[in-house]
Design a protein around this ligand. Structure first.
Ligand code: HEC
Ligand code: HEC
Ligand code: HEC
Ligand code: HEC
Length: 439
C-alpha cells in the first residue's frame, strides 16, 4: 500500500515536472531571438556608421549583411545582377525621354552595393544635390542628427560625398545599444507625422515593415534646397499621393516636344505593399519574407542577406506556407500577368506620347483639349511607373498592380484620343508607331 502511494506521488511529481518543462520550452520558443553572447562585447556609440564595429557583437548578422555584395543571381523579373531595364525593355527609353532615367536605369541589387552604385550612376552630375545619398549610407543617421536634413539635402553631391564612406549598414535600421529597429530618416518621420502617426508607437511586428520604409518609399525633392520629402500628407495610397502632387503643382521633368509635366515614381514598395495587400492585412512584414530566421548551431537569427525571396523560398515562404511549390507557382502566374499588362500600358503611353507630340507640333497652344491630353498622359505615366518602380513585379499587391495598370492604359488611350481631337486628325489614333517589339 505504502509502495503504491509512493508510486502515485512520484508519477504526479513527474507529470508536474514535465508540464513545467513543456511550459518553459514554449516560453523560450516564443521569446524574441537572442544572441549567443548575452553581454555586448563592445560599446557601440550612437549612429556608429561602421558596421564592422557592430559586427564584433553580432557576427551572424554582420556576416550575412556582407553577403549582399556577392549576390549576382537573377530571377525571371528581379534578382541581384543589377541588369539594365533600358536594354531589357527599350520602351522605357521613350517613356523617360528627356529625363535621366532614359540614360541609365538598372535593377536594384544588394544593400552592400548602395554607395558604389549611387557614386557611379550616369544620372549624377555637378548639379546633383546631396539628397541622392539619403538612402545609400549608414553615415546618414549621424549626419542628419548633426546638421539636419535641409543642410544635408542642399549640399552638392560631391561635397557631401566627402563625409560618406559606408554603404547601407546597421545604423540605418537599428538604434545602437538597445538594437531596437528605428525610423531615422527625417523625411519619413515627417511623413508619418503629417498623417498624425507617431512612428514610436508601431508594434515590433509593424517595425519589421516600417524600418524598410526608411528608404523603400516614394519621395521627391522639395523647393530650392531639394529637401527630401515623402508626399504622404493626404495618405500613402496613390490617389492621395497624386492629389498631393497636383496641389503643389509638382513635376520631375517636362516631356520634350509633348510639353507634359511628368512625374517619376521611386521604389514605393512600402506604399504599394501596405495598400491593402493580402499579406499586409494578415500582419505579415517585409522582414518575414526578406529576412527569414536561419540557424547557426543553437543560435537563431534574422538573415541579413536581403534579396529576392524566390532564391530561398523554403526559408522565405516555408515558415508560413506548407506547400511552397504551390505558392511559388502563384508568384510566377502573378508576375507573368503583371508583366504583360505592364507592357500593354507602356505601349498605350507611348502611343499617347506620339499623338501629343504630333498635335503639339501642329498646334502647341490648342488650349483645353491638348492640355487635357497632357493631364491624362501625366496620370497614366505615374500609375504605370508606380507599379514598375515597385520592385516585385506586382507580387507585393497583385490586385492593386493590375488595377493601376488597367487605369494607366485607360488614361493613356484617352490622352491619345484627346490629342487627335485637339487637331482633328484621326491619323494620330494609330497605334504602335514608335516601337515594335522584336519577333
Ligand atoms: C509575402 C512575402 C513578401 C513580403 C511581405 C514582402 N516581399 Fe518584397 N518581394 C517578395 C517577392 C516574392 C519578390 C519578387 C522577387 C523576384 O521577382 O525575384 C519581392 C521583391 C522585392 C524587391 C525586389 C527584389 C529584386 O530581386 O529585385 C524589393 C526591393 C522588395 N521586395 C522589398 C520589400 C519591402 C520593402 C517590403 C515591405 C514593404 C516587402 N518587400 C515585402 C516577397 C515579399
Ligand atoms: C535593412 C535593415 C537592417 C540592417 C541594415 C540591419 N538590420 Fe539587424 N535586423 C533588422 C530586422 C528587420 C530585424 C528583425 C528584428 C525583429 O524581429 O524585431 C533585425 C534583427 C537584428 C538583431 C536581433 C536578432 C535577430 O537576428 O533577429 C540583431 C542583433 C541585429 N539585427 C544586428 C544587426 C547588425 C549587427 C547589423 C549590421 C551589421 C544589422 N543588424 C543591420 C534589420 C536590419
Ligand atoms: C537605408 C536605406 C534602406 C533601408 C533601410 C532598406 N533598404 Fe533595401 N535597398 C536600398 C537601396 C538603395 C537598394 C538598392 C541598392 C543598389 O542597387 O545599389 C536596396 C535594395 C534592396 C533589395 C534588392 C536586393 C537584390 O539583391 O536585388 C531588397 C530585396 C531590399 N532592398 C529589401 C529591403 C528590406 C526588406 C528592408 C527592410 C528590412 C530594406 N530593404 C531596408 C535601401 C534601403
Ligand atoms: C509570416 C507568414 C507568411 C510568410 C512568410 C509568407 N506568407 Fe503568404 N500568406 C500568409 C497569410 C497569412 C496569407 C493569407 C492566407 C489567407 O488569408 O487565407 C498568405 C497568402 C498567400 C497567397 C495567397 C494570396 C491571395 O491573395 O490569395 C500567396 C500566393 C502567398 N501567400 C505566397 C507567399 C510567398 C510566395 C511567400 C514567400 C515569398 C509567402 N507567401 C510568405 C502568410 C505568409
Amino acid at each position: 500500500m505504502k509502495k503504491h502511494l509512493t508510486t502515485i506521488i512520484l508519477s504526479a511529481v513527474i507529470v508536474v515536472l514535465a508540464a513545467v518543462l513543456v511550459g518553459i520550452l514554449i516560453f523560450l520558443k516564443n521569446q524574441p531571438v537572442q544572441q549567443r553572447a548575452t553581454e555586448p562585447l563592445v560599446d557601440i556609440k550612437a549612429y556608429e556608421p561602421d558596421s564592422s564595429k557592430w559586427g564584433l557583437n553580432f557576427p551572424n548578422q554582420y556576416d550575412s549583411l556582407k553577403k549582399t555584395k556577392t549576390n549576382k543571381e537573377d530571377t525571371q523579373f528581379g534578382g541581384s545582377s543589377g541588369f539594365s531595364w533600358l536594354e531589357r525593355d527599350p520602351r522605357q527609353v521613350i517613356l523617360f525621354g528627356g529625363y535621366g532615367f532614359s540614360k541609365e536605369y538598372n535593377d536594384d541589387r544588394g544593400h552592400e552595393w548602395s554607395l558604389e552604385d549611387v557614386n557611379n550612376t550616369k544620372r549624377v552630375n555637378e548639379k546633383t544635390p546631396g539628397t541622392c545619398y539619403a538612402c545609400k549610407s549608414s553615415n546618414n543617421p549621424g549626419i542628419w542628427n548633426t546638421i539636419g536634413l535641409e543642410a544635408f539635402s542642399k549640399m552638392p553631391f560631391a561635397e557631401l560625398g566627402k563625409q560618406i564612406n559606408e554603404p547601407i549598414g546597421c545604423a540605418n535600421c537599428h538604434e545602437a545599444g538597445t538594437m531596437k529597429l528605428t525610423v531615422n530618416n527625417p523625411a519619413v518621420i515627417a511623413g508619418f507625422e503629417a498623417q498624425g502617426i507617431d512612428w514610436t508607437e508601431f508594434s515590433r511586428q509593424e517595425m519589421r515593415t516600417v524600418v524598410c520604409a526608411n528608404c523603400h518609399v516614394e519621395y521627391y525633392m522639395a523647393g530650392e534646397s531639394k529637401v527630401l520629402t515623402v508626399p504622404w500628407e493626404d495618405g500613402t495610397d496613390i490617389e492621395s499621393i497624386l492629389g498631393y502632387y497636383e496641389n503643389i503643382g509638382f513635376k520631375d521633368w517636362e516631356y520634350p516636344e509633348a510639353g507634359t509635366a511628368t512625374l517619376k515614381a521611386q521604389h514605393p514598395e512600402y506604399e504599394f505593399f501596405s495598400a491593402g495587400s493580402t499579406h499586409y492585412e494578415a500582419g505579415v512584414a517585409c522582414a518575414d519574407c526578406h529576412m527569414p530566421y536561419v540557424r547557426d548551431g543553437a543560435a537563431k537569427y534574422s538573415m541579413h542577406d536581403i534579396h529576392s525571396p524566390l532564391l530561398n523560398p523554403e526559408l522565405a515562404c516555408g515558415a508560413c506556407h506548407t506547400d511552397v511549390e504551390y505558392v511559388i507557382s502563384r508568384v510566377n502566374e502573378i508576375q507573368g500577368q503583371v508583366s504583360d499588362t505592364k507592357i500593354a500600358a507602356e505601349d498605350a503611353i507611348i502611343d499617347a506620347i506620339t499623338a501629343i507630340k504630333a498635335a503639339n507640333a501642329i498646334s502647341p497652344n490648342d488650349g483645353a483639349l491638348l492640355d487635357q491630353a497632357r493631364a491624362f498622359h501625366r496620370k497614366a505615366q505615374y500609375l504605370w511607373d508606380f507599379v514598375s518602380a515597385e520592385n516585385s513585379t506586382g507580387f507585393h499587391n497583385p490586385e492593386y498592380a493590375l488595377k493601376l495598370l488597367a487605369e494607366a492604359t485607360n488614361y493613356a488611350r484617352q490622352a491619345q484620343m484627346l490629342a487627335a481631337q485637339s487637331v482633328g486628325n484621326p491619323a494620330l489614333l494609330t497605334t504602335g508607331v514608335y516601337y515594335q517589339p522584336p519577333e
